[in-house]
Design a protein around this ligand. Structure first.
Ligand code: FES
Ligand SMILES: [Fe+2]
Length: 446
């Protein structure tokens, strides 16, 4: 028995036993609650998921020019995502090769060099060590600076401007990791030849919740809108039919863990197609999207959500900034649920918009985001209030032995006519995407 197992055993159940229980229960649509707040599970996730997975770090528009950088994290590993003078993107581990100090202390900026505040070793923005104070007197000729550059992340790649990093040099390529979810990411990111831009810095805050609870919510939990966001319906911020999120299609990518929900106009509503974009933007989208099928699916969609395993989620609803639903301003938020401890995450939440939309439209879309999601968002606050109590229960002596239920839609047929890849079900009140998310989780954990 490892020390880690012993620690968990004190809480009532070993990590191995929790995973065995999860493997036994998942085919029947259940899981042990302990997976949501357990020190051993968290440590194992760090080792087997976050040190192996392709994790979303930044968008290219956050670092457009040489020297631009942002700090980003995989669990607690800090990286400087920086564009070098050569135009190349790099993710440099933010740890000085001298005594391990953080060399860059600002979360974003532009720099040709990073100088460590401890003894002053200085690195170019490509990671090369170029300056060592009083090098000759202090080291003579013994220091091989060529071997002492900042360590680069083992793998870095982009998809449609989205920058992902991976701590495992042997992991499959980003394209392979994403697999068929790329078809759905295209719908979100290829509406204009000009591409998307991230506006401003990400909002960041800490929530006492497990990263999986947030990820599963965005991958396929439409069902909670009936209750959790009911007040939004009553206030006129969501469609009048409280079952609005039931309609549409839920799609998951087997073996990969990713999934998406594509929700159309609820019956009887008169919502404009293609999220209510103006006609000229729809024309641009038609030219920009890789296939007619993707454009046609987008045309019928009013709300879209996706989780890219493990911890990137995207939400793209049509919503008005004045809080009335019948309108024409969609908004798009991307978020990373970065685990920072058992039952605890730091949320990074970005606002994204097509680069070539008019400024006034971008502003309205951003207001729509700020009022519904992000720290000030009503929907976000609804969700966090619920999620923290799930995580808290999952960490209690008795609560950790309880089972949570994912049995919705187990007998629902798949949709043979769905034009996109993946397994589609013609409804959103189903847990198919969640079961798929946890199958992937379990596969990597076991
Ligand atoms: S720790 Fe960075 S220069 Fe000494
Ligand atoms: Fe929600």
């Amino acid at each position: 028995m490892t020390q880690r197992d012993e620690r968990s055993l004190e809480l009532g159940q070993s990590t191995g036993a929790i995973l065995d229980e999860a493997a036994r229960l998942l085919p029947g649509g259940e899981l042990p609650a302990a997976i949501f707040n357990d020190r051993g599970i968290f440590e194992l996730e760090r080792e087997r998921i976050f040190s192996k997975a392709w994790v979303y770090l930044a968008h290219e528009s956050e670092v457009p020019d040489p020297g631009d950088y942002v700090l980003r994290y995989i669990v607690d590993d800090p990286f400087i995502i920086v564009r070098g003078e050569d135009g190349q993107l790099r993710a440099l581990h933010n740890q000085c090769r001298h005594r391990g100090m953080q060399v860059c202390r600002s979360e974003a900026g532009n720099a040709s060099n990073f100088r460590c505040p401890y003894h002053g070793w200085t690195y170019r923005n490509n990671g090369r060590l170029t300056g060592v104070p009083v090098e000759k007197q202090a080291y003579g000729s013994t220091l091989d600076k060529s071997q002492l550059g900042l360590v680069q992340i083992p793998q870095l790649d982009t998809y449609n401007g989205m920058i992902f990093g991976c701590l495992d040099a042997d992991q499959v390529s980003l394209d392979e990791w994403l697999g068929d979810v790329r078809w759905y990411l295209d719908i979100l990111t290829m509406r204009s030849p000009a591409g998307l831009e991230i506006v401003g810095a990400p909002q960041r805050w800490v929530v006492d919740v497990d990263w999986k609870i947030a990820g599963e919510n965005f991958v396929g939990d439409s069902y909670h809108t009936l209750m959790t966001h009911r007040s939004m319906v009553e206030l006129g911020q969501a469609p009048r039919d409280p079952k609005y999120a039931m309609y549409g299609e839920q799609v998951h990518i087997p073996e990969r863990g990713h999934g998406a929900m594509l929700i159309g106009a609820p019956p009887g509503t008169d919502l404009p197609p293609f999220w209510g974009y103006p006609q000229d933007a729809i024309e641009r989208a038609k030219r920009s999207m890789p296939s007619q099928e993707q454009f046609d699916v987008a045309h019928e969609t009013r709300i879209m959500l996706s989780t890219v395993f493990p911890n990137l989620s995207i939400h793209n609803p049509i919503r008005r900034p004045d809080h009335r639903y019948e309108g024409s301003i969609p908004m798009m938020t991307w978020r990373v649920w970065n685990p920072i401890g058992p039952g605890r995450i730091e949320i990074f939440s970005w606002f994204a918009v097509e680069r070539d939309m008019p400024e006034e439209w971008k502003n309205l879309s951003r207001l729509s985001y700020l009022r519904s999601f992000g720290i000030s968002g009503t929907f976000e606050q609804d969700d966090a209030e619920i999620w923290t109590h799930i995580a808290r229960n999952a960490g209690t002596f008795s609560g950790r032995t309880h089972r949570v239920n994912y049995q919705m839609g187990m007998e629902l047929e798949t949709d043979p006519n769905w034009p996109g890849p993946g397994v589609a079900q013609p409804a959103n009140f189903t847990d198919a995407n969640l079961r798929n998310f946890y199958r992937r989780w379990l596969e990597l954990m076991s």
